[in-house]
Write a protein that binds this ligand. Structure first.
Ligand code: SF4
Ligand code: SF4
Length: 342
C-alpha cells in the first residue's frame, strides 16, 4: 500500500480511500458488511456527504465499535446559510456517531467562501474547527476555475475534484498546483461512474501521483475484492497499460462529459452536465434516477444557440450529445411517446 499525506493536514493514510456515494443503493446490512470488510482490509479513509442520503448512517453504524482514531472520516455540506451549516454538521455527527469529522468540505460550491465575504460561511467552518467538531477544512467541486481559485486562496487544506485517465491537461495541472500550494488533492470519479470498468488501468494510472488520495466509489463486494487484490501489488503503468489507456481515451474523445460545468449557464436553464452524466449513472447501475426526468425533458427546449458548444473546453458537440442522451433516456425509461418529437 502507498501512503500519502493530504497537504498541510495531518491526515496520513493509504492512497486508496472508500467512497460512500454508491452505498446509498445498498440495504443497510449489506452496506455495513462492505464498509467493515474495507476497514478490516486496510481502508482507513471514508469519504461521504450529507447529500448522500443514508450513507453517513451506514458508516456510523459500521464503524461505531472501532477505535475512532484508527480511521478518518470526511463529509460535506451543501449548506448556503450558517443555520443550514450547523444543522448539517449536527446531523452528520449524529449519523456518523462521532464527536468530530476529520475533514469537512463545502460541496460542489459555485463560489469560494472566504472570511468576511458577507455570507458567514467560512466563519462557520472556523468556529466548528475551533470547537473541535471538524479538524480540517476542504472544498469539493466539479468546476475547474473554482478548484484552481480555491487552491491558490490558501483557505482550504484539501480540494476534491473528479480525476481519471480521461482527464484533460488543465485538470491534471491541478495536481501540481496542489503540490505547489501544499493542498491535499482528493480524486473522485476515478472510474467515471462505472464508465471505466478496467480497475487495473485506473489504479495503475492514479498511483503515479504521489499527492493524490483516490476515492473509490464501491457498491459490490466483488469490486472491493478486486480493488483489494490490486492494492496488494499495485500494477505498474507500463507500455501495455499506457497503450490500453490511449485506446480508451480515443474511444471516449468527443462524447464524454467531464462534468466541469464550463458550458453553463444555459439560456434555457438546462442542467447540461447533470443531463449528460445521468446516463452514465444509468449505464453503471441500470437505474434511472427519479429526480432526473424534469431535467431531461428540458432538453427539448434547447434552441441550439451553441453557447454551450463554444464554451466547452473539450470541444464537445454538446447540443447533439444532449439530444442523444434524451433519446437514450426515453428508451431506458419507456417514454416512447416523446421520441417522435426529437
Ligand atoms: S445550445 Fe441548447 S443546451 Fe446549449 S446553451 Fe444553447 S439552449 Fe442551452
Ligand atoms: S459539456 Fe463540456 S463544458 Fe459542459 S460540463 Fe461537460 S465537459 Fe464541461
Amino acid at each position: 500500500m502507498k501512503t500519502i499525506v493530504l497537504g498541510t493536514s495531518n491526515i496520513k493514510c493509504d492512497q486508496n480511500a472508500f467512497g460512500a456515494l454508491e452505498i446509498q443503493r445498498l440495504l443497510m446490512q449489506d452496506a455495513i458488511d462492505l464498509i467493515q470488510q474495507a476497514y478490516n482490509n486496510g481502508f482507513c479513509f471514508f469519504n461521504t456527504a450529507r447529500f448522500y442520503t443514508d450513507s453517513e448512517e451506514k458508516i456510523g453504524i459500521a464503524l461505531k465499535n472501532i477505535k475512532r482514531k484508527s480511521f478518518y472520516i470526511a463529509t460535506k455540506t451543501k449548506a448556503e446559510t450558517p443555520a443550514a451549516f450547523w444543522k448539517d454538521l449536527n446531523t452528520s455527527l449524529n449519523y456518523l456517531k462521532t464527536d468530530y469529522v476529520d475533514l469537512y468540505q463545502f460541496q460542489c460550491t459555485n463560489k469560494i467562501y472566504k472570511p468576511n465575504d458577507g455570507t458567514g460561511m467560512y466563519e462557520c467552518m472556523m468556529k466548528a474547527k475551533d470547537d473541535g467538531f471538524i479538524h480540517h477544512i476542504g472544498l469539493s467541486t466539479h468546476n475547474l476555475k473554482i478548484a484552481k481559485n480555491a487552491i491558490i486562496s490558501g483557505l482550504y487544506e484539501t480540494i476534491q475534484y473528479p480525476l481519471s485517465y480521461l482527464s484533460g491537461k488543465e485538470e491534471l495541472e491541478l495536481i501540481s498546483l496542489c503540490k505547489n500550494y501544499n493542498v491535499g488533492f482528493i480524486a473522485t470519479k476515478i472510474r467515471n461512474d462505472g464508465l471505466l470498468p478496467q480497475m487495473d488501468l485506473s489504479i495503475a494510472y492514479m498511483s503515479q501521483f504521489d499527492n493524490v488520495l483516490c476515492v473509490w466509489d464501491i457498491q459490490r463486494e466483488s469490486e472491493l475484492n478486486t480493488l483489494l487484490d490490486l492494492t496488494k501489488k499495485i500494477p505498474v503503468l507500463d507500455d501495455d497499460k499506457k497503450d490500453r489507456i490511449h485506446k480508451e481515451v480515443i474511444k471516449f474523445t468527443n462524447h464524454f462529459c467531464h462534468g466541469c460545468k464550463e458550458c453553463l449557464p444555459c439560456p434555457k436553464n438546462i442542467k447540461i452536465d447533470t443531463c449528460l452524466r445521468s446516463m452514465l449513472s444509468y449505464k453503471r447501475a441500470n437505474e434511472i434516477e427519479p429526480d432526473i426526468k424534469n431535467e431531461m425533458m428540458k432538453i427539448k427546449e434547447c434552441v441550439h444557440c451553441n453557447l454551450c458548444r463554444i464554451r466547452c473546453p473539450y470541444d464537445l458537440d454538446v447540443p447533439e450529445m444532449l439530444k442523444q442522451n434524451l433519446k437514450e433516456y426515453l428508451n431506458a425509461s419507456g417514454g416512447n411517446e416523446d421520441k417522435n418529437e426529437l
